[in-house]
Design a protein around this ligand. Structure first.
Ligand SMILES: C[S@@+](CC[C@H](N)C(=O)[O-])C[C@H]1O[C@@H](n2cnc3c(N)ncnc32)[C@H](O)[C@@H]1O
Length: 466
């Protein structure tokens, strides 16, 4: 697919006319403020970071969260390096093991430099928190998203995933059945390849990719604009020792034509006015978010004009604790009708998924896809937040939830027990101390301390995620 390079700066995406304050929602327009935007209602300023608008609610708090996650990741990679160095220093290492560990060490060191360059807009050095503080206050919003989430997508999108990417594009084409996408929103656009391919091939008027993860959004924006980005790949199950860490260069077939843009934002608390888009595309998105599907459908419907089309595909592996919310395909279709959509077509198809040529691990997914037309623009639905108000607004009191109280006591016992580990005491001596303090009964103490230490030890041996 050879597409001539063009000047993406010529069309401003997202267009100012589509923006609203993600905190106030409704029709709260934004005004320009330097490089970013400002809401005169809640007085929040949304900056531009790494060339992209940072349109998350409570933007500064979210910058701090991602910054701290990066610091944690830096710490983990550095600790990993030390562990590798001491393994390499041990006598008697077999030559292939030595080569593999050296390759892993060098790959991780290079990856850290690559990530530092890519994530520089977060200004990680602005955080001085110690590792212990970062670990204790580790943030998780939403629960499943961090730098490691969907890292493999980056290489699938821009290095080796041509067959997978083309299969996804064909599915979108089949679901759209020839309808022109018009103004297209890709919610949860990830590293951006499908947004790019649809933009290049189906020629929407404009394409806006929205994602909550800044690493992915920055990769999407830079690579689709024609830049090359270096980022190491670490295959899940390397085919051979040399595949344990691979230097990869991410590049697009050509710079995208004008009209493709990316924004860092929450698709379910969208910084976008209601009824603005003709098409919303959600690839592999609806089941990984914490909100129930009915709520997701209502929020996505609000992005569409009356008659607009929602195209969705992916698995239906709902990330919900409540089994009633882990819908099957027939329930999804009924919920679509309930949200004001008319289902136009449904496709089930087997697609290759994350089949890195350097990995023995690769999947075939039986994907469920639909296209549905919004009958008429509905009243804006209430945003069912992933998090309560007292978490979004730093000035509100934090409630004494029963769980918090239990955790406070559990953490005190945890800290107390940890403090008893001094390099001299045995399990028996620690247990005797806890019995003396009336925290445990004599017949259970040794077993309890041992299982506590087993869990802690196993955690220390687990491979670090970032
Ligand atoms: C399973 S990945 C799919 C990525 C991409 N659509 C693809 O097919 O490769 C889900 C994506 O949704 C993003 N995401 C999760 N919650 C989101 C939210 N509330 N708003 C926007 N993006 C979100 C994640 O960061 C991730 O990029």
């Amino acid at each position: 697919m050879a597409v001539p390079a063009s000047d993406t700066a010529a069309v401003s995406v997202p267009p100012a006319a589509a923006l609203r304050c993600p905190q106030c929602l409704g029709d709260a327009r934004l005004e320009r403020a330097g490089d970013g935007w400002h809401c005169s209602r809640c007085l929040t300023t949304y900056p531009r970071l790494g060339g992209l608008l940072w349109l998350l609610p409570a933007p500064q708090a979210r910058i701090v969260e991602w910054r701290q996650r990066f610091r944690l990741l830096e710490n983990e990679l550095q600790a990993g390096r030390q562990a590798l160095e001491s393994q390499l220093a041990a006598p008697g290492l077999a030559a292939p093991t030595r080569r593999r560990l050296e390759r892993l060490r060098d790959g991780q060191a290079a990856q850290l430099d690559e990530l530092r360059a890519l994530l520089a807009p977060l200004e990680p050095e602005a955080s001085i928190a110690r590792l212990e503080t970062l670990l204790a206050l580790r943030t998780r919003t939403p629960l499943t998203q961090d730098f490691s989430s969907y890292y493999v997508n980056v290489h699938r999108d821009w290095v080796w995933g041509e067959a997978e990417n083309q299969a996804s594009l064909r599915l979108v084409q089949d679901l759209l059945q020839g309808t022109a996408p018009g103004r297209l929103l890709v919610a949860g656009a990830g590293a951006g390849r499908l947004a790019y391919d649809v933009h290049q091939t189906l020629q929407p008027e404009l394409t806006l990719g929205l994602d909550i993860n800044p690493l992915l959004a920055w990769v999407a924006a830079r690579v689709s604009a024609g830049e090359e980005v270096d980022l190491h790949e670490f295959p899940v199950a390397p085919r051979q020792g040399g595949d344990v860490a691979l230097a990869r260069r991410l590049r697009a077939p050509a710079a995208a034509r004008a009209g493709l843009g990316f924004v860092i934002g929450d698709a379910l608390r969208a910084p976008l006015l209601d009824g603005w888009f003709d098409t919303v595309l959600t690839p592999w998105f609806v089941d990984i978010v914490p909100q129930p599907f009915a709520q997701v459908a209502a929020q996505l419907a609000a992005r569409l004009r009356g008659g607009g089309i929602w195209v969705n595909f992916g698995s239906l592996s709902f990330n919900q604790r409540d089994p009633a919310l882990c819908h099957g395909p027939e329930e999804v279709l009924a919920l679509l009708e309930g949200a004001g959509f008319e289902v136009l077509c449904v496709h089930e198809r087997e697609l290759p998924y994350l089949q890195s040529p350097a990995s023995r691990h690769g999947r075939i997914e039986r994907v469920f896809g639909f296209a549905a037309r919004l009958r008429a623009m509905a009243a804006a639905p209430a945003v069912l937040d992933n998090l309560p108000d007292w978490l979004a607004d730093a000035a509100l009191p934090v409630p004494q939830l029963a769980y918090f109280q239990t955790q406070a006591l559990a953490n005190r016992i945890f800290a107390f027990t940890m403090a008893l580990i001094d390099g001299r005491r045995s399990i028996r001596q620690i247990a005797a101390y806890l019995v003396e303090q009336k925290l445990l009964l004599p017949h259970e103490a040794e077993g309890a301390v041992r299982s506590f230490l087993v869990a802690l030890y196993e955690e220390s041996q687990r491979r670090a995620r970032f």
